[in-house]
Design a protein around this ligand. Structure first.
Ligand code: CUK
Ligand code: CUA
Length: 639
């Protein structure tokens, strides 16, 4: 077979430039006559799927109903969110604590819904912090961020968080190879000697979902991009795409894309567990924050952890293998059976599909083409199931319909291409507007795709929406995939810059959704469970106001005895015990946000008055006919 996957005359940058000037060819009528009926969710009706969408550079997660494209919620995760007081209230500030102090922003790319036996279980959704390497866990009962763990020895947490089939681990690969955290100051040019790639295996507790770093694998200094777990036949393995296997410290095209092939790294993580048990791990100094929100106290705490368990592949043979993959692989996706691994070389002209069973045979027969930093490199042909020829330009990501087919997004040629996994034949293609990044089929990355739709998350909107100045909303496009031909049904705007998204049937989440918090289960240290428990307590310069809110007043609503320079803490307990009755709380002249208190919850707003005077406070959430009456005054006296 002639292996001619490189596009010789086009560099990646010129390909990129191309996309900004070319529109997809019209490939026939793509909007079906009954498109409206297929996505119409009548007033009072609910969507069939929840879709969890990463917010990209807004650092949050958004939740959409599918097929309507209704925006249902923005869940604050890595960025402060003034709308609810997340990251502003005393209870949630610790969630944004890191080894570098309070970090109120991040860039988040990937969503991972928890699975049991490779199928969605509707318990948690995970998301990565790319810039300050972190993984967050969000509860699908409360739609709130419950936990954030920082990853040491990591320089950009892009290849994350991807889950094993039973949610034993969330894995994370560093995008930037870096010297270990403990090594402070080395020349950048000493990349080859001092830099390492790190793969973190974050253990997830079966019952509570609590995360802890199980171990980190030290790998050669390559850039990890994306990954997927094995499942079914390949359960126990993980596959990571890598780039910059040239190990260049500057990624100008000339440096990082010289090679015909980079690698997919296959990791036998069950073997890694055995090596750990056998005592091959080494504890190394590290520093990372672990932040947990406790639903009983309605408060988060942040703990700094000082060491991490590492495994060096040099002490652990038969654990890692490199599979050569055409130029700069991006997506690395595993089909529902676990047998096929799809690599998507951004600069490649074919899609290589690898076979897990062939890989195992090749390992047994030692069909290696040498080593890369002591890790065996498998022979390409020996592991290859086959290549999809001329699929399109710039393949990025692949999802599966559960019918034996894959759909791949093509950034450069702006299209989705459906192909058969066994036969490697292209079956159908539709244009996207424009330059699709990730795509999402409900259940597409699981062992049991729910199918029905594919959603393209596009990078460029241009002329598709009414202009809104230089920046346009990113656009998602929904296509039906249950017929022979993919059909465009709906465009809908998204917030931030979605990269990945995952959707699951509403029935897995809806019945468990918490409607309010029980007041009797509120163990916040400053709770007031009734108006009789409200009070103002002074402790030196600190003033603690134990407040309650209920339609339609605060207690107390007139507060005196506060002095300029005091640290005033308003601990507001929402006494309501009913669904969807939050109260807000805001005070004039505060250098802070509002807080939004859910029924049965206590939230704290800190305020340091700088001037004497009478200062108004009020409820910000329209809660009853007398909402506008829900207000009060604080008297601030000179110090
Ligand atoms: S990445 Cu954005 S299109 Cu960060 Cu998963 Cu591929
Ligand atoms: Cu409470 Cu408005």
């Amino acid at each position: 077979m002639k292996l001619n996957w490189v596009i010789p005359t086009f560099g990646f940058l010129s390909l990129l430039a191309l996309t900004f000037s070319c529109k997809p060819k019209d490939l026939g009528t793509t909007i079906s006559g009954d498109a409206a009926a297929k996505v119409y969710v009548a007033p009072g009706q609910k969507d069939e799927f929840y879709s969890f969408v990463s917010g990209g550079f807004n650092g949050q997660m958004s939740v959409y109903g599918i097929p309507s494209g209704r925006l249902l919620r923005i869940i604050p995760v890595f960025s402060q969110f003034a709308e609810s007081g997340y990251g502003y209230s005393e209870e949630t500030k610790p969630m944004l604590n890191t080894s570098n102090g309070f970090v109120p922003w991040d860039d988040s790319h990937h969503i991972a819904l928890s699975t049991t036996k490779g199928e969605h279980d509707g318990r948690w959704v995970f998301i990565n912090g790319n810039n300050t390497p972190r993984i967050a866990r969000i509860s699908l009962k409360t739609f709130r961020t419950e936990e954030i763990i920082e990853l040491p020895n990591s320089g950009g947490n892009h290849s994350s968080p991807f889950l094993t089939a039973n949610t034993e681990y969330a894995v994370a690969g560093t995008r930037f190879s870096v010297p270990p955290d403990a090594v402070a100051d080395v020349p950048i040019s000493s990349f080859k000697e001092n830099f390492k790639g790190y793969l973190s295996f974050v253990k997830i507790d079966k019952t509570s979902g609590r995360m802890s770093i199980g171990f980190q694998l030290k790998t050669p200094a390559v850039s990890f991009d994306l990954s997927r777990c094995g499942r079914g036949v390949s359960d126990g393995w993980f596959f990571f795409s890598t780039y910059n296997t040239e190990q260049a410290n500057t990624l100008l095209e000339v440096n990082a894309s010289q090679k015909d092939k980079d690698f997919i790294l296959a990791v036998n993580w069950k073997k890694a567990e055995e090596y750990l048990k056998a005592g091959k791990g080494k504890k190394e100094p590290a520093e990372y924050a672990h932040n947990v929100y406790d639903e009983r106290t309605h408060s988060a705490t942040s703990t700094m952890i000082k060491e991490v368990m590492t495994l060096d592949p040099k002490d652990c043979p038969d654990m890692l293998y490199f599979i050569p993959c055409p130029k700069s692989p991006h997506g690395c996706d595993v089909d529902p059976t676990g047998e096929y691994i799809v690599g998507s070389g951004k600069l490649a002209a074919v899609i290589p599909v690898f076979s897990f069973s062939k890989m195992i045979k090749a390992i047994a027969a030692k069909k290696f083409d040498g080593e890369f930093e002591s890790i065996p490199v498998l022979n390409y042909e020996a592991v290859l199931h086959g290549e999809v020829q001329k699929p399109g330009l710039g393949p990025l990501h692949t999802e599966f319909d559960g019918q034996g087919n894959a759909i791949t997004s093509f950034f450069v040629s702006s299209e989705l291409v459906k192909w058969n996994i066994e036969k490697l034949e292209v079956l159908d293609r539709v244009p996207t507007y424009y330059s699709v990044g990730h795509l999402s089929i409900p259940g597409g990355p699981t062992m049991k795709p729910h199918g029905k739709y594919v959603i393209a998350y596009n990078k460029i909107t241009k002329d598709r929406y009414l202009p809104t100045g230089p920046e346009l909303a990113q656009s998602a496009q929904l296509y039906s995939i249950d017929g022979n031909k993919m059909q465009l049904l709906l465009d809908f705007p998204t917030v931030g810059e979605p990269h990945y998204a995952e959707a699951l049937p509403a029935a897995l989440v809806e019945p468990n959704s918490v409607k309010f918090f029980k007041l009797e289960d509120n163990f916040h240290p400053y709770v007031a469970k009734g108006e009789k428990e409200t009070k103002v307590v002074r402790k030196g310069k600190e003033v603690h106001v134990y407040m309650t809110s209920i339609r339609s007043h605060f207690a107390p609503d007139n507060i005196e005895g506060v002095k300029v320079g005091d640290e005033v803490y308003f601990h507001v307990t929402n006494l309501e015990q009913d669904w969807d009755v939050p109260h807000g709380f805001a005070i004039r002249k505060a250098n802070n946000a509002e807080i939004l208190i859910m029924p049965g919850e206590t939230c704290t707003l800190k305020w340091i008055p700088s001037k004497a005077g009478i200062v108004p406070m009020y409820c910000t959430d329209f809660c009853s006919a007398l909402h506008q009456e829900m207000q009060g005054y604080v008297r601030v006296s000179p110090a």
